[in-house]
Design a protein around this ligand. Structure first.
Ligand code: KIV
Ligand code: ZN
Length: 508
């Protein structure tokens, strides 16, 4: 394995490769906004544009090099042709750290069918272009050379390495190895990178530039770093030709997680991702790693359970980082589907401000699951309705009809059990005590343990909630609730809900 001696050098290509892929490329003003964000993010190099591509891009390169901080490398792209190189040099002349980035394809396929040139002609053109760029810049800057389609240079890697040795002698100090179209497996690409790294002098910076056609660009870039590629060419939001370039955030976080000292302000990532999505008109895919709206969502019961148990810990059971690392403020989100469980019910109801126990959540989870099987993910409103209809109103054999004061301490309770009416008179110490006594007198067995009353703010009005504790036939404690503006009615509802919960348990 190659020895790692340097911190990663993040070279941003959003304003060049990212920009050239947009339906409406950015103008100078827009580029300037993004440029400032990039400096705040703390990247070490910025490819500001392809100066020869259009007047607008030339102007943008000029402007950005004028406002560039002294410590950031400012680079402009140029084909291996004199006019491009002159334009690039002219456009970045105000920057303190200037770089011309010139490139030509060296894969057998591209040399033959696109450039229509022999390998020797290509090599000559590359060497001459680098020499010319170096002469043009003088000691004001440096030259980066890219082997376009390097990922397709498996068969002619020895030719490429020989050419690169001469290109380095001609003055290039940064050698960029692009996977221009991602066709090559990460491990094969990385082994090619390692070969180049071992073949060139150690003061040459090896760089990688991976496109994401098969979705492996981050892996390829990260692993290339561990084989000697110090410069990592990445784009914000993974913007770039076709399926994009390597996503800067993913590489930064993957390296951070691997214990590498990443020279970026990671806490700026999330906010920047939203800005770039807005400015590029390229939506963030729901499931995009780290920044997607769904990237912190859990729907399976097992994942929900793990997520909640580790919610406040830096390392979560089912997330790669704590969201705050990238400046993300939203918590892990639980959605309730037919795959979810009691934890989601408990969290969603609690979050909505209603009291619930895990036991109650477990009791209503099957009802919610049945609904979710038919319609998919349930809205919070739907789950609250289930809570109202099954926790605050428990259907069953017992129905409260009326309770009124009789002579002295006597109280008269009317209720139904399976449509049979009961009309019982007992003496009691308040309505709760009297009601329980009347139920016992009617021949029903229920062991009442305790009760509490609280005011609840549900919506605009405060209402009363009575919470009853009964002993269930299986020895467990049952909680039942009753809610009403009238405390007496809240008590009655709580008692009859409790009786029905116990009865339903018997029938289960
Ligand atoms: O993808 C590529 O090969 C490029 C080069 C210009 C570096 O963008
Ligand atoms: Zn590219």
């Amino acid at each position: 394995m190659s020895e790692i001696i340097k911190r990663p050098f993040f070279y941003d290509i959003t304003l060049r490769d990212g920009n050239q892929s947009l339906k409406k490329p950015w103008n100078t003003q827009e580029k300037e906004i993004i440029f400032k964000h990039l400096t705040e993010l703390g990247v070490q190099g910025i490819e500001v544009g392809f100066a020869a591509a259009s007047e607008m891009d030339f102007e943008a390169c000029e402007r950005l090099s004028q406002i560039a901080p002294d410590n950031i490398v400012i680079s402009a792209l140029a084909r291996c042709v004199k006019n491009d190189i002159l334009k690039a040099a002219e456009s970045i002349q105000s920057a303190q750290k200037q770089r011309i980035h010139t490139f030509i394809a060296m894969s057998p396929f591209n040399m033959e069918y696109v450039l229509n040139k022999s390998p020797m002609e290509v090599r000559k053109q590359a060497i001459e272009a680098v020499q010319f760029a170096k002469e043009t810049l003088g000691n004001k800057g440096e030259v980066q050379f890219s082997v376009e389609h390097f990922g397709d240079c498996i068969e002619n890697i020895d030719f490429v390495i020989d050419a690169l040795k001469e290109i380095v002698q001609a003055g290039a100090t940064v050698i960029n190895l692009p996977n221009t179209v991602e066709r090559t497996r990460p491990s094969i690409f990385v082994s090619l990178v390692e070969k180049v790294y071992n073949a060139l002098p150690k003061d040459i910076t090896i760089s990688v530039h991976n496109h994401n056609d098969l979705g492996m660009a981050t892996a390829t870039t990260v692993e290339s770093y561990f084989k000697g590629a110090v410069q990592l060419e990445c784009a914000l939001n993974g913007l770039g030709e076709r399926a994009g370039n390597t996503n800067m955030y993913e590489v930064a976080v993957a390296l951070h997680n691997a214990g590498v000292d990443v020279p970026l302000n990671l806490s700026k990532i999330y906010e920047l991702a939203l800005i770039i999505s807005d400015m590029s008109n390229v939506k963030i895919y729901e499931k995009a790693p780290l920044i997607g709206p769904e990237a912190l969502a859990h729907r399976s019961g097992i994942h929900q359970d793990g997520a909640i148990k580790t919610k406040d810990m830096e390392k979560g059971a089912y997330r790669p980082i704590h969201p705050s690392l990238i400046g993300r403020k939203d918590d892990e989100k639980l959605g309730f589907t037919s795959q979810s469980g009691k934890t989601a019910i408990y969290e969603i109801i609690s979050e909505a401000g209603y009291p619930i126990t895990l036991g109650e959540a477990q009791r209503i989870a099957p009802i919610a699951k049945e609904a979710a099987e038919k319609i998919g993910e349930l809205s919070t409103r739907h789950i609250i309705d289930i809570y109202y209809n099954n926790v605050l109103t428990v259907k069953g054999a017992f129905k409260f009809i009326n309770m009124e004061k009789g002579d002295g301490d006597n109280i008269r309770l009317e209720f139904k059990y399976k449509e049979t009416p009961y009309d019982i008179i007992v003496a009691g110490n308040g309505p709760i005590d009297a009601c329980i006594k009347a139920i016992h007198k009617a021949g029903f067995d229920c062991e009442f343990l305790n009760y509490e009353q609280k005011a609840l703010n549900m919506g605009s009005d405060a209402i009363g909630m009575t919470i009853m504790y009964f002993k269930a036939p299986n020895g467990t404690t049952i909680i039942s609730r009753g809610c009403d503006e009238n405390t007496f009615m809240a008590n009655m509802k709580a008692i009859f809900n409790g009786l029905n919960i116990i009865e339903n348990m018997k029938n289960y």
